[in-house]
Structure formats: structure tokens, C-alpha cells
Design a binder for this molecule. Structure first.
Ligand code: AMP
Ligand code: GLY
Length: 422
């Protein structure tokens, strides 16, 4: 099978790395990819949103399967566009609405009896403001549309909440994504990511994982795309996993079918575990980043086969697809991220980190004349596998300490929430 992976993040490097080890893969391309994917696939310098160029590559290179990494091309309809040209792993634009519209998503959860926080939605600023003025308790204000993970404000007070509403609806910080808002009750507890591959009927679960969204240790500071993750997350034990499958995943899959949505690809449930009960914060229509890095580090099945089976609507049972170990991924970011930061810093120590036993997944990196430079906010994800979570953490931090670039920053507490409970 010839496969083209769309995207350029750590998630896409991890997917391509694992696909490269699949028996059923002949040749691998990435568009546009990064310095890491350049070492394991052929990078094609095209934008995944340039559908015509993607289709041309599919024809030129005899691609059998396109694996779509990020949400934007899915929301824009890449799967619909490529229909008939090749298999596509990722839902069509109807399915991708589960991520691209928070309001659609919340209403879908409500219609299908999926546990989620109580909410209200508004397209009128004054009405939204009045709601917040009169409401008691703590609220979360969310821009309806895609906002690169930044359109959600978890607020402490009425003033905070109204400030967030102003940012979304008056200042239009996320453009038209803020034409509508969802205001939902703030849940408390620990978050977990439960991600499955589905063909619209059956599903193959990934190992439960936990992301670390805020920039600083102890979950302080603004949210980022994710500063580190580990798997499996013990917070989701077998019993809780069964409940998540029954109360959330199965209800969603049957909901899609009932509503005429042909949903194939990844279904990602972002969960809050409050008092032992799973509540759905959001659905995403693609793999997590960085959750994919530890998940792929532990995956030992034939990923290409599972993805093409999902795209063809014929998932079956796949046994023995996980290592019985733990993986921790620590993300190295450019100083200043998630605010403004500089690019173009020389990165050293990647080989040393790999010799220390880690896999270094590239995100914002670029290759110039044989040297690797920073090219984004999240730069690398250093991922280590070990028999215990504690050893995996130690090994990931030992490896990342070998890496350097000007103003490198990473959290020092990835996986600590789980380790404290051990
Ligand atoms: P979302 O993009 O909707 O998942 O929101 C991004 C992040 O905001 C989540 O990962 C949570 O950390 C936080 N968040 C979203 N909704 C809530 C909620 N109802 N209660 C508490 N935190 C939330
Ligand atoms: N790590 C969070 C996400 O992929 O949405």
C-alpha cells in the first residue's frame, strides 16, 4: 500500500513512523511533513488545504490511502473531495462538524444522551451577557468554531466570564469562529483522552492517555496544544473504560448512523472524570497531539491495515496490538509559546537523545542544508517507553536534557498526576 500522510506536527510524525513499520506499507509520503518525516518518508511541499494539489499527488504517486492528521482539511471536506480517487482515513465534512462546531457537537451529545456539562448557546452578545450576569457558579465560554485550541476560556468569576465573552464576540479574537458562543458549566476533576478508530459500526480503542494542556507545571498558565502526554492513563481503569465505551463512544457511533453521517476515521473523546464519572468535554475528529506520540510508541499492530479497514468500513478484531508497557512524551517548545516566539533556532542533541533510548518526534522543525532548525511553537516531542510509568518519565527527561536550542522550554512534571496516585 502507498500512503500519504497529511500534516506537519508531532502527531503526523508519530503516525508516519508507525506506518513505516507496518508490513502492508510499500511507500510513504508526507505533505508537507517536517524534518522528522523527511527521514522516514518523502515530503511533498503542498498545503493539505490545497485539495487540488493533494489529488494530483494521489494520482502522480499512485497513493492508495490518504491519512489526514489535522482537523482543518477534514472540516473543509478533503474526504468528500478525494472520494473515488483513493481511500481516505478521516471523516467527511458532515462528520468533522463534531469538532468544527461546538454547538453542533453539544446538541449531538444532548440528542444522543451522552453525559456532558449543562450548556446554553447564543448568537446574540447581549443575551449571552445577560445569561452570565444572572447565572450562579463557574462557567466556561467557548467560541463555536475552530480556534486552534485557543477559543475556550475556563473562568473563575462573572467578570472573567464576561471578559471572555467580549474577547470572542466583540473583539472577534477568533474571527467568525466567534459568531456564536457556547457557555457551559465548569466541571472539575482530571481530564483524559479516549480515542478510537471507527468504521462507522465497530471501533478499535487506542490506549487511554492524558494530555497536559497548560504551559506551566502544575497546570498553570494559558492552554497550549498540549505540552506532554502519557499512556496508558491509569485514571481510566478497565471499569471506567467500559463505561466510556458504552455511555459515550457507542452512543456517538450509533448517533452518527441514525443521523445519516457516514463517520469513518478517528473519534477522540476529551473527557473530564468528575467523582469517578465520565463527562464529555469535546469530540475531535482526528488523533490527539501529543497523545498520539505515546500511543504510537506503544502500538505494535499493523496500523496501515487498521486504517484502511476503517476507511473501507470493515474493521474486525485485532489482537495483541499493544506493548504491555508505558510511554511518556515531553514536548519541547519555543520560549514564548503559546504567545509569540522566534523561529529558525539551530537544534542540537537529537541523536544523543535517541541514543539515550527515546524516540524524538518532530513538530515545528525544518531541515536546511543538513541541519535542523525550529519552525514552530511546539518543536519536538521526546517519547520514551519503559516497564513502568516512573521509568518512562525518567527516561524521557534524561533524553530531552540532551536536546538544546535557544530558549528551549518544557514542563518538568509530565505524568506526575498519575505518579502521585501510585
Ligand atoms: P475543549 O476544546 O472544549 O476541550 O476545551 C479545552 C479545554 O478547556 C479542555 O481540555 C478543558 O481543560 C477545558 N474545559 C472545557 N470545557 C470545560 C468544562 N465544562 N469544565 C471545565 N473545563 C473545561
Ligand atoms: N492534545 C489535545 C488535542 O489534540 O486536541
Amino acid at each position: 500500500m502507498n500512503i500519504l500522510v497529511l500534516g506537519s506536527g508531532g502527531r503526523e510524525h508519530a503516525i508516519a513512523w508507525r506506518l513505516g513499520k507496518s508490513k502492508s506499507v510499500d511507500k510513504l509520503w508526507c505533505a508537507p511533513g517536517n524534518a522528522g518525516t523527511a527521514g522516514i518518508a518523502t515530503n511533498i511541499d503542498i498545503d493539505p488545504l490545497d485539495f487540488r494539489a493533494v489529488k494530483e499527488s494521489v494520482k502522480n504517486y499512485g497513493i492508495d490511502l490518504v491519512v489526514v492528521g489535522p482537523e482543518a482539511p477534514l472540516a473543509a471536506g478533503i474526504t468528500d473531495y478525494l472520494d473515488g480517487s483513493c481511500l481516505v482515513f478521516g471523516p467527511n465534512s458532515d462528520g468533522a462538524k463534531i469538532e468544527s462546531s461546538k454547538l453542533f457537537s453539544k446538541r449531538f451529545m444532548q440528542r444522543n444522551g451522552i453525559p456532558t456539562a449543562e450548556f446554553a448557546s447564543f448568537d446574540n452578545y447581549e443575551e449571552a451577557r445577560k445569561f452570565l450576569q444572572e447565572a450562579s457558579g463557574s462557567w466556561v465560554v467557548k467560541a463555536d468554531g475552530l480556534a486552534a485550541g485557543k477559543g475556550v476560556f475556563v473562568t473563575e468569576s462573572k467578570e472573567d466570564a464576561i471578559g471572555a465573552l467580549n474577547a470572542v464576540m466583540i473583539e472577534k479574537r477568533f474571527g467568525n469562529s466567534g459568531n456564536k458562543v457556547v457557555i457551559e458549566r465548569r466541571l472539575t476533576g482530571q481530564e483524559a483522552s479516549y480515542i478510537v478508530i471507527t468504521d462507522g459500526k465497530n471501533f478499535v480503542p487506542m490506549l487511554p492517555s492524558q494530555d497536559h494542556k497548560p504551559i506551566y507545571d502544575n497546570d498553570k498558565g494559558p492552554n497550549t496544544g498540549g505540552m506532554g502526554a502519557y499512556a496508558p492513563a491509569g485514571l481510566v481503569d478497565k471499569e471506567l473504560e467500559k463505561r466510556i465505551q458504552k455511555e459515550i463512544i457507542e452512543k456517538a457511533i450509533s448517533g452518527f448512523a441514525r443521523e445519516g453521517i457516514d463517520y469513518k476515521g478517528v473519534l477522540y473523546a476529551g473527557l473530564m472524570i468528575e467523582d469517578g464519572n465520565p463527562y464529555l468535554l469535546e469530540f475531535n475528529c482526528r488523533f490527539g497531539d501529543p497523545e498520539t506520540q505515546p500511543q504510537m510508541a506503544l502500538f505494535k499492530g499493523d496500523l496501515a491495515k487498521i486504517m484502511s479497514d476503517a476507511a473501507e468500513g470493515r474493521l474486525s478484531d485485532y489482537n495483541d496490538i499493544w506493548l504491555d508497557k508505558y510511554a511518556v512524551c515531553v514536548v519541547a517548545a519555543s520560549g514564548g509559546y503559546p504567545g509569540s516566539y522566534e523561529k529558525g533556532k539551530l537544534i542540537t542533541g537529537i541523536k544523543e537523545a535517541e541514543s539515550a533510548g527515546a524516540v524524538v518526534f518532530h513538530a515545528g522543525t525544518v531541515l536546511r542544508y543538513g541541519k535542523i532548525y525550529t519552525n514552530g511553537g511546539r518543536v519536538l516531542g521526546v517519547t520514551a517507553v519503559a516497564d513502568t510509568l516512573k521509568e518512562a518519565k525518567k527516561s524521557a527527561y534524561e533524553a530531552i536534557s540532551k536536546i538544546n536550542f535557544d530558549r528551549i522550554y518544557y514542563r518538568s512534571d509530565i505524568a506526575d498526576k498519575a505518579l502521585k496516585n501510585e
